[in-house]
Design a protein around this ligand. Structure first.
Ligand code: NZQ
Ligand code: ZN
Length: 388
């Protein structure tokens, strides 16, 4: 295990009715806020009314940035920053899924920046000051509610870039699982796949001596495998929604990655798919993950797949390592594509091989060279092809 400095300062208000605690917390940082939200789900569910009532009761004035798209666009960040500057707003509050929260994080940084917001996505060293960020989470998936990352898309240049600095981590987040009762089945499945992928990006890692982190990771994966299908069948099952929600935060907030040299591979490969085809992030991950696993399974990595098969999928340890590894990959596929009913190929999404080389060459070099297994851009093309 490597050295690390543990510091995960987001205050979490978890459970039913916890929204009431957010106003007094926000008041410690200011009394004006930009309210950032998506395409209208929070209006349909009535959450919007609850949030503005909470702001009113606490004497917090607000402006709004509605219409943040899934795979949030840099245009929304620019618009949000302009509103913050015009009204000298002191805080940013996202109400929604990862897209709204990510957008809010970059709005909060761009509000203190004189140049174009896209500069901050390309080069995080330009982020010098950030307005305090808060979130009310409505979809269990990205972990953005408790991490400092954000991912912004520039469709004009086919770029989707993830980054972030410590100050972009929310000061406080409300995690009320009942807000996720209305998440449609397809997004519930995609969110579950995303939580699992965050966990696996850290789990499939070469840092030795991380027994503790690995066992915690296995628990998060088992939580998703157990509760994902229940949430699909029974959208209002509080227990399932609550376990998925807390798993979403833990998968990426640093608990799993502290102590590991940790470079992610599948996410950067997926981000190219989203950048070129604007697909749902978790769907891309589910399609890529088993193909990536097959591609990286070899003599050096098989023992990790044995752990994964035995400890996560409950496969009997009394078999040859490759048999266990292959069964584990098959079980992963069956979980995503049969149990969670997700699309299983890029072809199903209308994606052909027309941009594979271009996309593969854009994947960050470190993701390929310093990941679990060293890959070249040609490997990435092969992985994409296996997804057709
Ligand atoms: O836009 P609205 O109307 O709110 O509808 C959303 C959207 O259509 C809907 N939704 C959310 N909560 C709902 C709901 N519908 C009904 N009831 C609710 N309670 O779901 C759709 C998807 O929302 P979105 O926020 O886009 O989903 P998600 O949370 O999966 O976020 C995806 C984005 O986060 C990035 C992804 O790349 C993608 O851009 N990621 C962010 C990360 C981070 N910050 O650390 C890490 C991840 O790996 C990921 O890359
Ligand atoms: Zn993700």
């Amino acid at each position: 295990m490597l050295n690390f400095d543990y510091h995960i300062p987001t205050k979490i208000f978890f459970g039913k009715g916890q929204l009431a605690k957010l106003g007094p917390e926000m008041k410690k940082y200011g009394d004006s806020v930009l309210l950032v939200y998506g395409g209208g789900s929070i209006k349909r569910t009535g959450l919007y009314d609850q949030v503005v009532e909470m702001l009113r009761q606490n004497g917090i004035s607000w402006q709004e940035l509605p219409g943040v798209d899934p795979n949030p666009r840099v245009e929304s960040v620019r618009a949000g920053a302009a509103i913050c500057k015009e009204h000298s707003l002191q805080m940013v509050l996202a109400v929604g899924g990862g897209s709204s929260i990510d957008c809010a994080k970059y709005v909060a940084a761009a509000a203190h920046y004189d140049g174009d917001a896209w500069d901050l996505c390309i080069d995080k060293s330009k982020i010098k000051q950030v307005l305090p960020v808060f979130s009310v989470l409505t979809l269990s998936a990205t972990g953005s509610e408790m991490d400092c990352g954000g991912v912004i898309t520039n469709l004009a240049t086919y770029e989707k870039i993830g980054g972030g600095v410590a100050d972009q981590r929310p000061k406080a987040s409300v995690l009320d699982p009942s807000y996720t009762f209305t998440v449609p089945a397809s997004q519930t499945a995609a969110g579950t796949a995303d939580i699992m992928s965050h966990t696996m990006e850290t789990y499939f890692n070469r840092t030795p001596g991380t027994y503790f982190q690995d066992r915690v990771a296995e628990s998060i994966l088992k939580t998703c495998i157990h509760y994902g299908p229940i949430a699909l069948r029974e959208p209002e099952n509080y227990e399932a929604r609550a376990n998925l929600m807390w798993a979403s935060s833990w998968a990426i907030n640093g608990f799993l990655s502290d102590g590991k040299a940790n470079v992610w591979t599948v996410h950067p490969i997926e981000h190219e798919l989203s950048a070129f085809y604007d697909i749902t992030h978790g769907v891309g991950l589910a399609i890529l993950t088993p193909r990536w696993m097959r591609h990286v399974l070899n003599e050096d990595t098989v023992s990790k797949f044995v752990d994964f098969g035995v400890n996560v999928w409950g496969i009997s340890a009394d078999q040859a390592p490759y048999d266990i590894a292959n069964q584990a990959i098959e079980r992963t596929e069956a979980f995503f594509f049969e149990e969670m009913k997700m699309p299983s190929t890029l072809t199903q999404l209308g994606i052909g091989d027309e941009n594979f080389e271009r996309m593969a060459k854009k994947v960050r070099k470190t993701a390929l060279e310093d990941g679990f297994v060293k890959l070249t851009w040609q490997d990435v093309v092969e992985i994409y092809k296996a997804c057709l």
